[in-house]
Design a protein around this ligand. Structure first.
Ligand code: GLU
Length: 467
């Protein structure tokens, strides 16, 4: 029987969902969907001091926003402590793990001594049982940790789905602590028990975990558990070539929602950052699932490119349904302090979005344009001086008079403008520019008749009246 494809993402709730984690979540999700498998969300909350509910909420919200539906979870590690304890007991009973009573001071001293001798600062194996070895007397009042008996020789080799074959010698790694003094398991142990219990077939994660993988592979072997395949994705670098970090441009996935990005644009951009399908730059979620089979993942780090992300977002905004855009723009307007009636959001705002979306790369930019239709605009004095000259003012008054009575639709507004141009002998831009500056505060707008129609007679007359 072939094994069912099961992938997972296992974020630690010690901060927001990083872009790198969002990308591995996306790959894990797409891989499972491509092969008709399952995708699991696990919250690795064993770092009790740093894990917060707020981070859990942000992670769940980011997954929801990106549309990364999981088939199981969220599964919380802190609710599985009994299971980890049972597995530790088993390893202890089989002589594959042991108590270590070394104090932090002793461990520091060992490390310093090893470093001074030019050796790798590994644990000295003081408490590791061995045939014929007498262990030190158990000190009173010291709580032990549990260490895993890592093989002392040989190599650990795996064929990484992203990086190809990787070999690390067991001499490079020591007897890992698998349970801390407070009884809580460490990441490298809990992750193995979980991936085993949850029958994970493929692990995609960041390449900062490559050095953890040999330990994990050894623990899988000690447990007699089937080994998943591992794929370690390179880090994402900022535009300065440094790893993205909180200080260097890394913001939460949810910050991009607030910043006016569409989830499908983010999904597209993130997927392409580290993976390719020929030259395709724009693809749908369904195409990603169809194409993503774990090949064509880049071995080298990707560079975060905010300009390209904006471009991708602009393409999706152009295609987006206007009613949907209106809902998103209304949220952005609320953030800008402008609250619209639901009826306006349903009927008028979609038309504003349709008129302006081609010139906007985020819904924030779209909201800034839309605001001009719902809140007052204050034209720049220099623009007014340049465009609303004394020579053009009579034409503006004549136009206002016609617009006060004409039928309020685009064709009649266009006809009124033409009539005025003919009467006063001006060319279109000579009238259209001042009209734009007066009604929207800027000389660059979509076609003036469409703008006026949407703005409505009352606002148009009031704003022209300021000439
Ligand atoms: N909790 C780990 C992290 O957030 C998960 C690593 C893994 O996927 O194994 O980095």
């Amino acid at each position: 029987m072939t094994q069912k494809i099961r992938t997972r993402i296992a974020p630690s709730p010690t901060g927001f969902l990083h872009l790198g984690t969002a990308r591995t979540a996306l790959y894990s999700w797409a891989y499972a969907r491509h092969f008709g498998g399952e995708f699991v969300l696990r919250i690795e909350d064993t770092d009790v001091a740093r894990s917060t509910q707020d981070s859990v909420d942000q992670i769940l919200e980011s997954m929801r926003w990106l549309g990364l539906e999981y088939d199981e979870g969220p599964i919380y590690q802190m609710q599985r402590l009994d299971r980890y304890k049972a597995v530790v007991d088993q390893l202890m009973a089989e002589g594959k793990a042991y108590y270590c009573y070394s104090t932090p001071e002793e461990l520091d001293a060992v490390r310093e001594a090893k470093k001074a001798r030019g050796e790798k600062a590994l644990y000295d194996g003081r408490w590791r049982p061995a045939p014929g070895k007498t262990l030190p007397p158990v000190p009173a009042g010291v709580k032990p940790v549990v260490r895993f008996c890592n093989p002392q020789d040989g190599d650990v080799t795996w064929n990484d789905l992203v990086k190809g074959p990787i070999t690390i010698s067991n001499r490079e790694i020591d007897d890992l602590i698998i349970v801390r003094t407070d009884g809580i398991p460490t990441y490298n142990f809990a992750v193995v028990v979980d991936d085993w219990d949850m029958q994970i077939s493929h692990v995609f994660r960041g390449d900062e975990h490559i050095n953890n993988t040999p330990w994990q592979i050894n623990i899988f072997a000690a447990l007699g558990a089937p080994l998943p395949l591992f794929g370690h994705c390179p880090v994402i670098l900022g535009d300065d070539g440094q790893k993205l970090s909180k200080r260097r441009g890394a913001v939460s996935v949810t910050a991009y929602e607030e910043g006016g990005y569409l989830p499908e644009a983010m999904l597209n951009y993130l997927a392409r950052l580290g993976w390719s399908h020929g030259d395709e730059e724009l693809f749908t979620r369904a195409q990603l699932v169809e194409w993503f089979d774990g090949t064509h993942l880049n071995k080298s780090p990707a560079q975060w490119d905010p300009v390209k992300l904006l471009w991708v977002n602009a393409q999706y905004i152009k295609q987006a349904d206007n009613t949907r855009l209106a809902g998103l723009v209304a949220q952005q307007l609320t953030r800008q302090g402008i609250t619209l009636d639901a009826s306006v959001v349903q009927t008028h705002l979609p038309q504003v979005c349709a008129l302006l979306k081609d010139r906007c790369d985020t819904t924030v930019a779209l909201a800034t344009w839309a605001a001009k239709f719902y809140a007052d605009v204050t034209p720049d004095a220099a623009e007014l001086a340049q465009h609303v000259t004394d020579a053009v003012k009579p034409a503006l008054q004549a136009l206002a008079a016609k617009l006060a009575t004409c039928t309020w639709d685009k064709a009649s507004i266009a006809a009124a403008i033409k009539e005025v141009l003919a009467e006063v002998g001006l060319k279109m831009p000579q009238l259209a520019m001042p009209v734009r500056v007066l009604v929207l505060g800027t000389p660059q707008t979509p076609s003036v008749d469409a703008v006026l129609e949407l703005l409505g007679r009352e606002k148009v007359l009031a704003r022209l009246g300021r000439a």
